[in-house]
Design a protein around this ligand. Sequence first.
Ligand code: HAM
Length: 419
Amino acid sequence: MIYKTLKGFSDIYGDDISLWHSLESIISNLMNLYGFSEIRTPILERTELFIRGVGDASDAVGKEMYTFNDKSTPPESISIRPELTAPVARAFIQHDIGKQQLITKWYYVGASFRYEQPQKGRTRQYHTFGVELIGSHSAIADAEVISIGYDLLKLLGINNFKLRINSLGYKEERIRYREALVDYFNSIKSQLSEDSKNRIESNPLRILDSKNEYDAIACVDAPSILDFLNEESLEHFNRLKNLLDENEVEYIVDKRLVRGLDYYTRTVFEFQTKSLGSQDALGGGGRYDNLIAEIGGNQTPATGFGFGMERLILVSKLENGLNVKGNNCFVYIVSLGEKAQLISSRLAHKIRLSNKSVEMDLMNRSMKAQLREASKLNCKYVIIIGEDEIETSLALVKNMETWEQKNIAFDEILNELNF
Ligand code: HAM
């Protein structure tokens, strides 16, 4: 039996890992510029956190969550996180962060799991880069978060994307809107897909972002949430638009954007691309002013987003943003024979302790094979230690960029590696 990764899971290695490192370093620099600090939460949480926090009407929790009973008595229902906003909100409450500071700015990069049908840009284990800005009611917090996403895409050389924004108001506004939607969808029921027909009563808002083409046509004349917003919500939305204009962040107001998770209030947004086929969301998020209270904390406003790391890498690669970095080998030590190996090994250790990278032969290969390897690795220096060198206690050191070469005493090599 040859073991393979589970369907929808993958190993990351080789050139890809270099892209991941570049992306991670762009993210941590950007987060530094915006003053966000990192939070790492566990992969497992109580199932109830996601049911209460995200809502089991959402696909991520209701249909796609990996859930099991642990070994305690009585057993407890545990879930592998399908997203990270609810865990971060849980951490905010658990550590009483709201009492220590007015505003909390956290970011994270971590694995998330959803039992979905894998396809291009969609896997069962994926990684999220997310930010959560907790404590501000103001539209300026939404604008700040959206600007981070916008800057990230630009830094990754991703230009073919659209930012869509909408407002979902608060519960009372949504209840009135929902009634109008149910009436509308019932009046055109025969034009809807079977899935959407079943959603008219349970989750009519989700019909608005159905990927089915007949649903899309049927939704063109659907009532707009923006006509159901109260004055404050409208003002919040207008303020957000002004701030984005001021920051030169281009956006489209999309009255059909509803997002798949249940905790959103007022602002929602999504960065979409055409490069990933039907999986068009590079990232998305919004305001969730009631989530923290709903899972047991004080009423605390918050806003944030999540980007799929795999999707960012795929699209950045397509648009020639992220490139695989060459290796950074500084020295290759060619050694011939057991005695030379001892000297090489000691030398390699010394050079590495001085913070320079060293590669050497680990298979007793011929001089020719070792030199071939050194040239493949693009090292700056090659040091050769063979029988002649042992006899004279002088190694042959070559600068591979200038082709200069010198004979240097073994103990002096470290000091001399700068010609
Ligand atoms: P989400 O839209 O469910 O939001 O996921 C965020 C991003 O994760 C998506 O835009 C997409 O790029 C990526 N993603 C989601 N599912 C998959 C998958 N199966 N395979 C690959 N990539 C995927 C959230 O999770 C919210 N927690 C975002 C948020 C943070 N809202 C407020 N704060």
